[in-house]
Design a protein around this ligand. Structure first.
Ligand code: HDD
Length: 700
């Protein structure tokens, strides 16, 4: 039986009885024949205490909610597998990284950090990217984020940081947002936050999809080989579809149009058989090179630029199954940075050391006791034989002794030897005075914030400035605005000046040291993360109306769908429209139920009748939003005329049939025949680029 089969059979063992197999019962298995009226003394009399079915039903309902996670409360998860490309024995003895033919089952939970469980998905925030590997040697959890750096260096600051980030304590505002006084007060006083703040103000904080974001282990960990030799390692997940983001205006509108935008996207892709995939890569640093960098490897606010230490691909992860029950699986999954397997070990990163305490502690509270590892989603596939006993929600029926050493139990369970895969901690020499002090290597908070800034494309920088202006523009305390801008001047003066101007505070002095900080790492830009260039799973809205040229549209549609895009026909109302050939064309959704922000591209098909299928305002708004958000727009035949309603001065538009023109992601072709291959190729190309930022602004 493979590990995957074992994981499946564990879940099957806990699967609730098939509701089709028999009648409704109580929790004690007693058949229930009536669940609509409580037991009363007479038709109009009081309810009786002895109505055990009523009392059980209400009691269970009263207790349905458990405390949500203190951070990362809102999330979405899926099952899948990991497989290594080749043996990593050279660096680690971890069993799941040895054999390319062995698939290790995984459960991954993506999350936002600030908002509660019911908050919107597309807020500006870090995204959690936590992976549980159910390996043959026990569970290994890689509890990472979609940023490679964290806001603080020592875990003792975590409660301070989170209290500042969470809604303000008096009125619990804002939900799911960082644009408020307390966060920026903290940031302006704690410059170690700056590097992660640059990431937070970038488009990385508003991913288009969980399937299209990178993941990072953040800390420097250690691989340990069979001889006990350690190698520093940083983990990177790279999405096959590339890393893509929303724009802020779009992200905000999504919060209302579809608060479940990212959750739905993940779910739907997996339901459609479009299984998201990431490559796991590692940056490796020999122990003897620990001090070869101008920063400390133990400082989680620093990256190792990929240009200095390349990311080496070691395997791939595919998510191919949605959970059956959100609560049982996605909510109850319990990650822990200290869930390690032999071959992987910690470093003394003080942030990681704090996490190693926090995660177990929090699960005790959240999952109501110490037996949460028995919940199916948390159960290892490796057999568990421990002397841990009792406690709330104990499911195992233990027999025999529960102490070591014992003779009465035959000495069982016996201690594992090295040949049985016993975990051994890396032997590391540690000495020093007991002290509360950061290492001097942790003091440079600006160089890498500047590295990030100087690695961005122009459009990424514009978005970062806009984000700072938005966030700080929401801060009431002027001194907090001023202090933050003064900190930004240590990163880059142009950045600080642009932000200062936007929020009405004086432009700070130049920092001569900042002028020297010009290094860049191209790998940090989203430009370098376009993925495999495919348009798989991109959502295309087709604005159909009466008289649509169905033959031409279908030719385009089939081609796009063959390339994996998801095409939906939208009209003023659901149902059908009459196409140019007199046939009925099926509408997938009515416009009032959707919006441009929910799609990646728009297509205006041709048709001899009315080019504008909807009341003008809705139609134009759809197109305008798509244009402003940099989305590919295609127009065919008479649809090209409809597009001109946008007043696209400065763009080249097709005028000769059969000669499509593609300019800044606006693809036009005045052809009317069903052969639209050239047009479709150009549109797919524009879609593969995701967004087109340098478009001329709309004239009106
Ligand atoms: Fe944390 C949850 C990631 C620092 C304490 N964290 C949590 C989750 C992720 C991260 C992805 C959600 C897991 C899930 O989906 O259930 N946390 C990080 C990263 C950090 C980090 C990448 C820095 C590199 N965290 C951090 C520190 C502390 C915590 C410094 C405390 C000292 N984190 C927690 C927690 C949570 C948690 C309170 C809340 C719920 C949970 O653990 O299970 O223990």
């Amino acid at each position: 039986m493979t590990s995957q089969d074992r994981k499946q059979s564990q879940r099957d063992a806990y699967r609730a009885a098939d509701p089709a197999d028999g009648p409704l019962t109580t929790d004690q298995g007693v058949a229930v024949g009536h669940t609509d009226d409580s037991l009363t003394a007479g038709e109009r009399g009081p309810t009786l205490l002895e109505d055990f079915h009523f009392r059980e039903k209400i009691t269970r309902f009263d207790h349905e909610r458990i405390p949500e996670r203190v951070v990362h409360a809102r999330g979405a998860g899926a099952y899948g597998f990991f497989e290594p490309y080749a043996s990593c024995a050279e660096f680690t003895r971890a069993a799941f990284l040895q054999d390319p033919s062995v698939r290790t089952p995984v459960f991954v939970r993506f999350s936002t950090v600030q908002g509660p469980r019911g908050s919107a998905d597309t807020v500006r925030d870090v995204r959690g990217f936590a992976t549980k590997f159910y390996t043959a040697e026990g569970n290994y959890d890689l509890v990472g984020n979609n940023f490679p750096v964290f806001f603080i260096q020592d875990g003792i600051k975590f409660p301070d940081f989170v209290h500042a980030l969470k809604p303000e304590p008096h009125n619990e505002i804002p939900t799911g947002a960082s644009a408020h006084d307390t966060l920026w007060d903290f940031v302006s006083l704690q410059p170690e936050t700056l590097h992660a703040i640059m990431w937070l103000m970038s488009d990385r904080a508003i991913p288009r999809s969980y399937r299209m974001m990178q993941g990072f282990g953040v800390h420097t960990f250690r691989f340990v080989d069979a001889t006990g030799r350690g190698t520093f390692v940083k983990f990177h997940w790279k999405p096959k579809l590339g890393a893509h983001s929303l724009v802020w205006d779009e992200a905000q509108e999504c919060q209302g149009r579809d608060p479940d935008f990212n959750r739905r996207d993940l779910w739907q892709a997996i339901e459609n058989g479009e299984f998201p995939e990431w490559e796991l890569g590692v940056q490796l640093v020999a122990e003897e090179d620990e001090f070869a960098f101008p920063y400390d490897l133990l400082d989680a606010t620093k990256i190792i630029p990929e240009e200095q230490v390349p990311v080496r691909p070691i395997g791939r992860m595919v998510l191919d199954r949605n959970p059956d029950n959100f609560f049982a699986e996605t909510e109850q999954v319990a990650f822990h940075t200290a869930n390690l397997v032999p071959g992987i070990d910690f470093t003394n990163d003080p942030l990681l050391q704090a996490r190693n305490f926090s995660y177990l502690d929090t699960q005790l509270m959240r999952l109501g006791g110490p037996n949460f590892a028995q919940i199916p989603v948390n159960q290892p596939v490796a057999p568990v034989r421990s002397n841990q006993r009792d406690g709330f929600h104990q499911h195992a029926i233990h027999t025999g002794t529960s102490y070591t050493p014992n003779s009465l139990g035959g000495g069982c369970p016996a201690l594992a030897g090295a040949e049985q895969g016993a975990f051994t901690h890396l032997t590391e020499r540690v000495e020093g005075a007991k002290i509360r002090r950061r290492s001097p290597g942790f003091t440079d908070h600006h160089s890498q914030a500047a590295l990030f800034w100087h690695s961005m494309a122009d459009w990424e920088r514009r978005h970062i400035v806009d984000a700072f202006r938005f966030e700080l523009g929401k801060v009431a305390a002027r001194q907090v605005r001023r202090r933050t801008v003064a900190e930004l001047a240590h990163v880059d003066h142009a950045l600080a000046a642009a932000v200062a101007e936007g929020i009405g505070v004086p432009v700070p002095e130049r920092d001569p040291a900042a002028v020297e900080r010009k290094a860049s790492s191209p790998a940090l830009s989203l430009e370098s993360l376009r993925g495999d260039g495919s348009i798989r799973t991109r959502q295309v809205a087709v604005l159909v109306g009466e008289g649509v040229d169905a033959a031409q549209l279908d030719a385009v549609r089939v081609e796009l769908e063959e390339q994996g895009a998801v095409v939906e026909a939208l009209a003023a109302t659901d149902g059908k429209v009459t196409a140019a050939d007199g046939n009925q064309y099926t509408v997938d959704r009515a416009l009032p139920t959707v919006a441009s922000v929910l799609y990646d591209a728009v297509l205006i098909p041709g048709g001899p009748a009315r080019p504008a299928p909807w009341p003008d305002a809705a139609y134009l708004r759809f197109l305008r939003d798509a244009y402003r958000h940099g989305k590919p727009i295609g127009a065919l035949g008479s649809g090209v005329g409809a597009l001109s309603r946008l007043d696209l001065r400065g763009l080249r538009i097709a005028s000769e049939p059969g000669r499509p023109v593609s300019d800044h992601g606006v693809v036009t072709d005045t052809s009317t025949g069903p052969d639209a291959r050239e047009f479709t190729r150009a549109l797919a190309g524009a879609m593969a680029a995701h967004r087109h930022w340098s478009r001329p602004p709309l004239q009106r």
